[in-house]
Structure formats: structure tokens, C-alpha cells
Design a protein around this ligand. Sequence first.
Ligand code: PLP
Length: 383
Amino acid sequence: MSGTDIIYLDYSATTPPYPEVVRFYCERLLASYANPASTHQLGQEARKTLEQACSQMANLLDCQPREIILTSGASESINTALKSFFPAGRVWSGGLAVCAGEHAATRETAETLARNGVVVHTFGLTATGAIDLESVAAALSEKPLVISYMLVNNETGAIAPVAEIAGLRNKISPRTKIHIDAVQALGRLPLSFKQSKADLMTLSGHKFGAPRGIGLLIGRKNFAITPLIAGGGQQENRRSGTENPPLAEALVLAMEKAVNSAAAESERIAGLERQLNALLFVPGSGLSPVCTATKVPHIVSIRTPGLRGETLANALSAEGIMISAGSACAARKAAASPILRAMGLTDKAAREVVRISLGRNTGANDIEVAAAALLKVYNQLSR
Ligand code: PLP
């Protein structure tokens, strides 16, 4: 099967990098190789490049350049953000509040912290896929040090009620800080760190067309980060390790493209989502949408009664159509998706779900071919 025969509908797992960004990155890797910590001329130039890249990111994200920490990706950002509240050897004056339907990076971090004695307050999702605000209020009444949630759910596409959560925090527990995992939102929704009312925000380059291996943690000025990685004290002691200015520049280029095309792209993708829904969710097809909450159009999660999502995704893969059963991280795990379980799906139902996620190279023909193949395979294999 050649690359051109492939229909890639797994943008939420990772987005193909922009070819021009990869070319630019390779050129810059060769040209700007000095260590930005070196005091000689080349080192200083590399430092300037890095600072310039952070300023450009800050402009695009509506934050201060000094509030940006460059990491290896969102998992590192989330670990750094949440663990910063609970440094070893201190008594903590509150716990951690997380949604039961979080990405594994948050859930596993919460579990590690719980094993170290941190009290974790969990809030839920409703059957529609939305964050359950009553349980958010209950979690906040425990006065946690930090509350963490996803802006766009990576499996269902549900959009979190940012203003309502900030409002509840202000009313019930004003000292609680907010961490937002905005990984699936950049390039899909307008994103402003300031307006989000978050104290910390996580992003990942490979979800919006940058090369893999770079992410951001944005932390409000004066927020004390406990570094996850100790060493040479780079990035003002918040994350050690030699910085990679060309990768930061490549990230800026991808971010500019993703942010600047977001409005037009969401409209285009909303049209593709309508097309997909009209083809799949017809009487007698047996299929239904998993998420009925307010959602982004690029993630479509589908209930496939009587057929495991994994079986369907594998059969479509053999036909050159790449989709996921749930999220890519969960796909290799034995347990059913905790996100779908948090919505109240039974273990069996949660395994009978596939996720289609669309992006900049997806066209109407891809939707038509993929929907026809999905219906065919589902009819053949479901019982
Ligand atoms: N958070 C969300 C919502 C994600 O979708 C992902 C990736 O699947 C992550 C965090 C982890 O991102 P990374 O692969 O950059 O560590």
C-alpha cells in the first residue's frame, strides 16, 4: 500500500508535520547548532533565536515569554505542572482535583501522587461527555491546591466549560490553581492563556503539525515550578537539559500556521463532520455518536454495538484507512477507556467504540470512502 492510498483519520493521535516546517527545521538544525548556554558568539546567537521563538509563541498564545517552559511534550508538561504542587519533604495544605475522564498523562500522574500520599478528588463526566459541573463543585469544596482538566477531550471532542469552572473556582475555592490540558485545542479553537483563567496550561507540538519531541508548559509569572528534570539549570531552573532553538523555531512556524488557519479550518472540518454524521448515523446503521455534548468537529467518536472498536479499526487499517479504537495511548492497554467508562458506558460498550479524527489533509472524498468502508466492515463483522 503506498502512502497515497492511505486515508489518515487519526489526527488526534498525532498530526502529520507540515512538510515546510520539517524542511525549515532540518535547515536550521544544520545552521544553528550551538548550545544556547555557551557564552561565545554562536552560543549567544542560539540564545537569541530561542528567546525570539518564545516571544513569538507568547504572542500567539496571549501570555508572557517568561511564562513559557519548553518540554519534550505534553506528558512531561502535565507531570511537571501537577507534581510542582506537591514537592517531596513538605506538608501539603490540600490535594489534587482531576477529572475521571482525563488523558492517561494526568490520570497516571494523579495515581503516582496518590501513592505518595496526595489526596486526589475526582470529578466526573455526564452521559453526554460533558464535564459534570456538580461534581466539579464538590471537588472544589475540598479546597484542592490544583484542579486539572482537558479543554478538548481527546477521545470524544467534548469542549470543557472553561468560564463555568473558573467561576466555580472563584466562588468555592479561590486559592485553587487551574491547570488546563489544551493539547487537542490548539489550531481547533481560539486559545488565549490569559482569557482561559488558567494558572498553568499544557500544549504539545505534534498535535498541531510541529515535529515530535517538543511541548510547552505555560505557568503564570511567580508560579514556583519544581523541576522534573534536574541538571544544568536551563530555563531558569525550571527544566534542565540543553535547549533546541531550531526545534523551538519549527514549533513557532507550525503554531503560526495552525493558529492562523484555525477559524477557516474549523468551518471546513465542521462541514466534513456533518457529511460523516449523515453517512454513518442513519436509521438502521446501528451506529450512534458517543458524544452529544458541545464538541469540536474534528473528533467523532462512534458506538459500534456488537463489534469491538479494535477489530473494526484493524479491519479498516487493512483497507488503508487509519482510525483509532479510543485514544492511541489507550489502544494498547487491556482496560476499557476510562473516559468512556466515566461517561457511564459499560466495560463492553466502552470497547465497542472507534474514534475518527480529521485534520488539514482530510477531504470530502476521504470521508466518503472511509464511511462506506466502515459501514461495510461493520455490517460484515458485527453480531
Ligand atoms: N493530553 C492530551 C489531551 C493528549 O491527547 C495527549 C496525546 O495523546 C497528551 C496529553 C500527551 O501528549 P504527548 O504525546 O505530547 O506527551
